[in-house]
Design a protein around this ligand. Structure first.
Ligand code: ATP
Ligand code: MG
Length: 176
């Protein structure tokens, strides 16, 4: 791969993380090395945490964090969320600079920025340091305009309908 892209999946509709996982499936098909770092997902379990193992060694998935911030079952203090997000960012820097990967996905990083768990300036610095060949994917709603400006591909998932609005719970294999 040459001339890597910055790709952003944002918006309030479903499909941001799953779009990134679709890219993983496609890229691993050519033997590319892909790493996904999940920000703020630690206490939840997602199907991809199981299936990622089937795509090893080309794909690696690391979940860092304490689950959702400030809602429902969140018992962690904000300082703890901040610590984990910082940790995820440090790991991201390390992997980005390692030049070992063709694609790196920073899943839910836009939420971490929007919630003030990590600094936008830190993330912009990271984008500046991106090796030329690396494709970098950033997911999560509320993508900051500075990130959108620097990205090559920006897709906004727009909710038209979601059963959540009718009080239906998240579905296994679809939502998690
Ligand atoms: P997915 O992981 O399904 O691709 P996503 O990455 O676009 O969704 P997030 O904002 O990361 O969505 O939300 C995490 C969880 O909320 C997932 O379980 C997801 O399926 C669910 N979700 C996504 N969009 C909506 C929505 N509009 N209403 C309710 N739940 C949603
Ligand atoms: Mg997501």
């Amino acid at each position: 791969m040459e001339n890597g892209l910055i790709i952003v999946y944002t918006g309030n509709g479903k499909g941001k993380t799953t779009a990134a996982l679709g890219l993983v499936l496609r890229a691993v098909g050519y033997g590319y090395k892909v790493s996904m770092i999940q920000f703020i997902k630690g206490s939840w379990h997602y199907g991809e945490m199981n299936s990622s193992k089937r795509l090893e060694p080309e794909f690696e998935l690391t979940a860092v964090g304490k689950g959702f911030v400030g809602i429902i079952d969140d018992k962690s203090p904000r300082s703890e969320h901040k610590k984990m997000a910082k940790e995820a960012l440090l790991l991201s820097v390390e992997k980005i600079l390692s030049k070992k990967y063709d694609i790196i996905i920073l899943d839910e990083i836009n939420y971490a920025i929007n919630l003030g768990l990590i600094e936008l300036s830190e993330v912009l610095k990271l984008l500046d340091k991106k090796p030329i060949n690396l494709n970098l994917v950033l997911t999560g709603n509320y993508a900051k305009k500075e990130i959108i400006e620097r990205a090559d591909i920006v897709t906004e998932m727009k909710e038209i309908k979601h059963p959540f609005k009718q009080g239906q719970k998240a579905k296994k294999g679809i939502d998690f």
